[in-house]
Design a protein around this ligand. Structure first.
Ligand SMILES: Cc1cc2nc3c(=O)[nH]c(=O)nc-3n(C[C@H](O)[C@H](O)[C@H](O)COP(=O)(O)OP(=O)(O)OC[C@H]3O[C@@H](n4cnc5c(N)ncnc54)[C@H](O)[C@@H]3O)c2cc1C
Ligand code: SF4
Length: 326
């Protein structure tokens, strides 16, 4: 690990101002960033500790929204009464994230901004395209964990379990910074990396996530998060599906389906969602929606298994919500 200076940020404004210095990086729980520092994947000169900012760590209800500060830990969110009662999809997503110990330290902001898990990216000696190198080694290499949608020069998938669940809930995100400022849909916060912006969020170097806002739009038991993993715990998703429905009687009034582990950002499948509108759910319809969800998927050499996995998770999610409603 390279030596660095460590600065405690007193508040958001100071943190943003400190981050404007080149070679500076923010740290929250440190569960992802410290690994990158140890492996010399990132080598900042200065680390700005966000945990000293007292007004970024809260979970509170305000009017029709649940507001969660970026420094709230995953455990705090998972155990919060309101989350368990009103947003079980989020609780379910957190309960299959990493391990209880990691969830005690990991924060909401860090989870949404974590780096990709591509093994070439994580190798200290490989300078791939995402690390400002010239090429993507996964394209013709071992790409069994990589994307089946939206492939750009980088084919790594976004690893967060919370992101698909929060997008299914139509969450918004608040950003303070020098390049991006204000509130936007979480769905719009994630991007596919481009030549000039090689990362998976809109954030500039001196921008901070301060808050996530979840509207009380959906009924309490109408969301489900399913995650396929190589082992039952402590494992990143192979594929996941966040399915959120709003019912009107026996019919679906609105559906949101967001896949994880399939693209460089959480992947919303709007064509599949549209098939559900106004319909009564049946096994046949759930199967067709699952098929529509993967209709535009394109497998790489080693990841064709993700297509039936995604299709079946969507189908299972829909049938599970029908069962819970009955
Ligand atoms: C063994 C292991 C298993 C894991 N399994 C899963 C899993 O199954 N599912 C899953 O979703 N995740 C998983 N993770 C990732 C884990 O959830 C993240 O490491 C954690 O959420 C990051 O939060 P943090 O507060 O520790 O972030 P840090 O490590 O402090 O920071 C991570 C990144 O986010 C940036 N950052 C932090 N806070 C902010 C902010 N407020 N605004 C802007 N940028 C910010 C940092 O600069 C850094 O680039 C796993 C991690 C490990 C080590
Ligand atoms: S998939 Fe992305 S992170 Fe992995 S080697 Fe290619 S450019 Fe690098």
């Amino acid at each position: 690990m390279k030596n660095f200076q460590y600065v405690n940020a007193p508040d958001v404004e100071d943190a943003v101002s400190l981050l404007q210095e080149p070679g500076t990086k923010a740290v929250a729980g440190g569960t992802d960033l410290l690994t990158e520092l140890k492996e010399r994947i990132k080598m900042p000169e200065i680390l700005v500790n966000l945990k000293t900012i007292s007004d970024m760590k809260y979970i509170r209800e305000e009017k029709d929204d649940l507001r969660i500060g970026a420094l709230a830990t995953l455990s705090e969110i998972e155990l919060h009464r309101m989350v368990r009662e009103r947003f079980p999809i989020l609780k379910e997503a957190i309960s299959v994230t990493a391990t209880p110990q990691l969830r005690n330290a990991a924060t909401l902001g860090g989870n949404l901004c974590q780096s990709v898990r591509c093994w070439y990216y994580r190798h200290p000696d490989v300078k791939c395209w995402l690390k400002d190198g010239d090429m993507c080694y996964a394209e013709d290499g071992v790409n069994s964990r990589h994307a089946i949608f939206g492939n750009s020069t980088c084919i790594a998938v976004h690893p967060s379990d919370l992101a698909p669940a929060l997008i299914a809930l139509d969450a918004r995100i608040r950003i303070a910074g020098s390049e991006v400022e204000g509130e936007l849909l979480l769905e719009e916060f994630f991007t596919l990396p481009t030549e000039t912006h090689r990362q998976s969020t809109l954030l500039g170097a001196a921008d901070l996530v301060t808050e996530v806002i979840i509207p009380h739009r959906f009924g309490p038991s109408n969301g489900v998060y399913l995650k396929a993993m190589e082992r039952a715990t402590w494992s990143f998703m192979l594929v996941s599906a966040a399915v959120q429905l709003e019912w009107k009687g026996d019919r679906v009034r609105e559906a949101r389906i967001v896949l994880g582990g399939v693209a460089g950002k959480p992947w919303r499948v709007r064509e599949a969602e549209a098939m559900l509108q106004g319909q009564t759910l049946s096994e046949g319809l759930a199967q067709s929606v699952g098929e529509a969800a993967v209709a535009n998927a394109k497998a790489l050499k080693h990841n064709a298994y993700k297509i039936p996995l995604a299709r079946n998770l969507v189908k299972r999610g829909l049938l599970e919500l029908t069962r819970r409603k009955a």
